[in-house]
Design a protein around this ligand. Structure first.
Ligand code: SF4
Ligand code: SF4
Length: 474
């Protein structure tokens, strides 16, 4: 029997506070909205394509794969109203419209249409250099002293803006990467000045991030970052020895203390809050909780990313993603987050490539993402730096990346994903990793068990965060 309650129905959904975090990959920037028929003359019914769990103190977490964003939290009264839609009925109360907006109740006789919006942004990995002062065992870059020349870099920037204009894209996002891109800071400065010039001339928005190991930062870099609004992403794989084991110098020396010193003494005092990218391997999984605690303590956004085995990986056995270890390490990290829950959303960083906005493709590969090598060659993904498709000078970029080997399919085309309740968030994982393990592009991620074990936990954290944000949970 349903208990009667006198409280007003309350539904909480995080909408505008989902941060986009930077990591090594290229996430789609434009999620697709799901078209709803909110005609109150239609009968509505509970969406079977949804997930729910009891959160705490009679608050329920609900999530629909068909929602543009989510999850949501319902109080008992809203939950009871939601339950009542097990029988089809008309929308009549304000809460009904909120439930419909989140795809938790759907028109009983109308099928949903998914409307994929065209991309708004061209994202480019600019491979500044093959050189690095570190020797991380999972790195996919064939190290050498080779780097981008000013001439090729300028041509690349020009071609990227021309491409954005041709494709009617509003934004160019540059990822200055390597190797250790900051080993060539003066080149980055030159290229970025030119990018700003073209951005202003062509009316195309510019955003940029430098991907770095955080060990070669100096005051020039700090001031330039602060003055040019260029973001910084630092790779941190553990605290102290855990980081040092996974990210040592070429001579095997530790690097965490140097990185932390730069963070505390140079970056934070100048208002620079880098995004922290954590690469999880079997080796450091137990230390992920310490990194997220450290990141939250310094108020830094973070992303938890899976290691991707590649031809250059060292100690493959020690790094491989063994499910039980990875799940328990990341669950421990979630417990650490819960113990010190931020009021800003961390959902987009909690699980490799999983995003809170509904979308169909794991990344922009083959569509609106391009990798430019230091030789001015075009590749589809940074994991395929050696598999270039043609020169940036002689080819149109988008058709070039579209014809590459990597097939970046919609999750609706992946076997095993088509009926998954998390498909428009997970989207079936990294295509390169799936192909490496299965030899197929059109199948679910080999790490599906990890996603399925952890995503409900990540949703739960977001639910608790919403309660805390609204003063309903401490
Ligand atoms: S990989 Fe697994 S969790 Fe992800 S969408 Fe496919 S079936 Fe769902
Ligand atoms: S294919 Fe995989 S590694 Fe490459 S950009 Fe996409 S998600 Fe990242």
């Amino acid at each position: 029997m349903t208990l009667l309650t006198h409280e007003s129905p309350l539904m909480l959904t995080g909408k505008s506070d989902f941060l986009q975090f930077d990591c090594d990959c290229a996430c789609p920037q434009t999620p697709f909205p799901i078209t709803h028929n909110l005609n109150s003359n239609s009968q509505f019914i509970r969406n079977i394509n949804s997930y729910h769990s009891l959160l705490m103190n009679d608050y329920h977490l609900v999530y629909s794969n068909d929602a543009p964003i989510g999850p949501s939290v319902l109080n008992t009264s809203a939950w009871q109203r939601y339950q009542s839609f097990s029988q089809e009925q008309l929308l009549s109360e304000p809460i009904d419209y909120q439930l419909a907006e989140q795809g938790l109740i759907v028109p009983s006789r109308v099928t949903f249409e998914t409307c994929v919006h065209p991309p708004q942004q061209l994202t480019a990995w600019l491979h500044v250099t093959n050189a690095c002062n570190l020797d991380c065992p999972y790195c996919y870059v064939r190290k050498s002293s080779e780097h981008l020349s000013e001439e090729i870099g300028m041509i690349a920037i020009k071609r990227l803006f021309e491409t954005a204009q041709e494709e009617q894209l509003k934004t160019v996002k540059l990822k200055y990467a390597g190797g250790e891109a900051l080993l060539h800071f003066s080149l980055i400065k030159q290229l970025h000045s030119y990018a700003i010039e073209l951005s202003q001339q062509m009316g195309i928005e510019l955003t940029a991030v430098i991907l770095s190991n955080g060990t070669v930062i100096n005051s020039d870099i700090v001031h330039w970052l602060a003055n040019n609004h260029v973001k910084l992403m630092l790779s941190v794989d553990g605290i102290g020895e855990v980081h040092d084991q996974q990210r040592p110098t070429k001579k095997g020396k530790p690097t965490f203390a140097i990185l932390e010193q730069h963070l505390l003494q140079d970056l934070l005092p100048h208002g620079i809050k880098p995004d922290i990218s954590i690469t999880v391997t079997q080796q450091n999984a137990d230390g992920v909780a310490d990194v997220v605690q450290w990141a939250i303590q310094h108020n830094l956004p973070f992303t938890i990313n899976f290691y991707r085995e590649n031809l250059l990986s060292q100690s493959k056995q020690a790094l491989m993603l063994e499910e039980i270890t990875i799940i328990s390490g990341i669950k421990a990290a979630y417990q650490a987050i819960e113990a010190n829950l931020p009021t800003y959303s961390v959902l987009n960083g909690l699980l490799d490539k999983v995003q809170s906005h509904a979308h169909t493709h794991t990344c922009g590969v083959g569509k609106n993402y391009v990798v430019i090598t230091h030789k001015g060659q075009v590749a589809q993904c940074q994991m395929h730096l050696d598999e270039t498709l043609g020169s940036i000078q002689q080819n149109k970029i988008i058709p070039l990346v579209a014809q590459g080997k990597i097939q970046n399919l919609s999750v609706d085309e992946k076997e095993g994903c088509k009926t998954c309740e998390f498909r428009y968030r997970c989207t079936g994982g990294c295509p390169v990793e799936t192909y490496r393990v299965t030899g197929r592009w059109d199948i679910k991620s080999p790490h599906c068990h990890i996603y399925k074990a952890l995503y409900p936990e990540a949703l739960r954290l977001e639910g608790l965060r919403l309660l805390k944000l609204h003063g309903l949970h401490s």
